[in-house]
Ligand binder design. Structure first.
Ligand code: UTP
Length: 297
């Protein structure tokens, strides 16, 4: 019987250079879409998928993340005293059970694969999820939950996948797949950041994974790959060469690349428009902006 996926790794040790100077002192994952930090969206998605153990791979300057998930007794007492029960409920959604979160350090930013491998001892011999909090996915059924359900059928390693424009393939891990247009496709080959014009398809890997303990073991013989970094893609691709299954999963939902400024701004607008209390004002403002811009042309 397949083991249930109850552990998730959140690699948050990157430098976040695309958001400098903000990320000099604020971890990228603490930046907010409307009023919730990116990391909260990731945790909520993981919980919905049945994750019970949350493993953060952090680095220097990320203590704000640890503080965010701590209890805030003074703040809770102040809100309670003032009868602000709605705000108190919102605050309490950030509380985590003692022992549910582990923080481990990646001492040098040697790449996403290296960050994941730092959690190896905490994963042991179990399947695990990896969530990149800067990929935010809006979906009726949360993306990781969709993947866990698919994984229960397929086993193997599974990566979230979506079609990207051909000129964008060099920024992603790209899949060479067999299988039709359905959500689950079998992967023949994976290439991290292929040079322009050499991508085997335009099906790109997005920041959600369900991986087997074998993938963790592969790091023992993975060397630096694209960009001089230890790549997670290479450890997953090694599964294929060893004759084990790797699947791509075309999820249902809209993905925002919140690791880039443009993606972050688009997500901010989309998530704000989805909120009843903000929608009308923001919609009016955006319509006005667009019409002024058109008038100027
Ligand atoms: P990115 O490629 O977005 O890098 O990492 P980054 O450092 O976060 O941001 P930029 O490109 O400098 O702006 C993808 C994910 O992998 C993690 C990041 O924290 C992010 O969640 N990561 C990357 C690590 O944990 N360690 C690394 O060495 C590299």
């Amino acid at each position: 019987m397949k083991k249930k996926v109850t552990k998730a790794i959140f690699p948050v040790a990157g430098l976040g250079t695309r958001f400098l100077p903000a990320t000099k002192s604020v971890p990228k994952e603490i930046m907010t879409l409307v009023d919730r930090p990116l990391i909260q969206y990731a945790i909520d998605e993981a919980r919905a998928a049945g994750i019970e153990d949350f493993i953060f791979v952090t680095s220097r300057g990320k203590t704000a993340l640890e503080d965010y998930f701590d209890l805030a007794p003074d703040l809770e007492a102040a809100l309670e005293g003032a009868g602000k029960t709605e705000l108190l409920d919102i605050l309490r959604t950030t509380n985590m059970d003692s022992g549910a979160i582990a923080y481990i350090r990646q001492h040098k930013p040697l790449g996403l694969g290296h960050a994941v491998s730092c959690a190896s001892k905490l994963i042991g011999n179990e399947p695990f999820a990896v969530i990149l909090p800067d990929d935010v996915i809006a979906a009726d059924k949360p993306c990781l939950q969709q993947m866990v359900e698919a994984y229960e059928e397929t086993g193997g390693a599974m990566v979230a996948a979506m079609e990207v424009a051909p000129e964008k393939t060099s920024s992603y891990g790209i899949l060479d797949v067999k299988g039709g247009d359905g959500p689950v496709v079998s992967v023949n080959r994976m290439v991290e950041k292929p040079k322009q014009g050499t991508a085997p398809s335009n099906l790109a890997v997005i920041g959600r994974y369900i991986l087997t303990p074998h993938v963790m073991q592969n790091f023992a013989h993975i060397t630096k790959g694209a960009g001089g970094e230890v790549q997670l893609t290479d450890a997953i691709a090694a599964e294929i060469s060893q004759g084990r299954d790797v699947f791509g999963f075309r999820f249902d939902g809209q993905r925002f690349d919140c690791g880039s400024k443009a993606g972050f701004l688009q997500a901010t607008v989309a998530f704000a428009l989805a909120r009843d209390e903000l929608r009308d004002d923001l919609y009016g403002y955006l319509t006005e902006m667009v019409s002024v811009d058109k008038a100027a042309q």
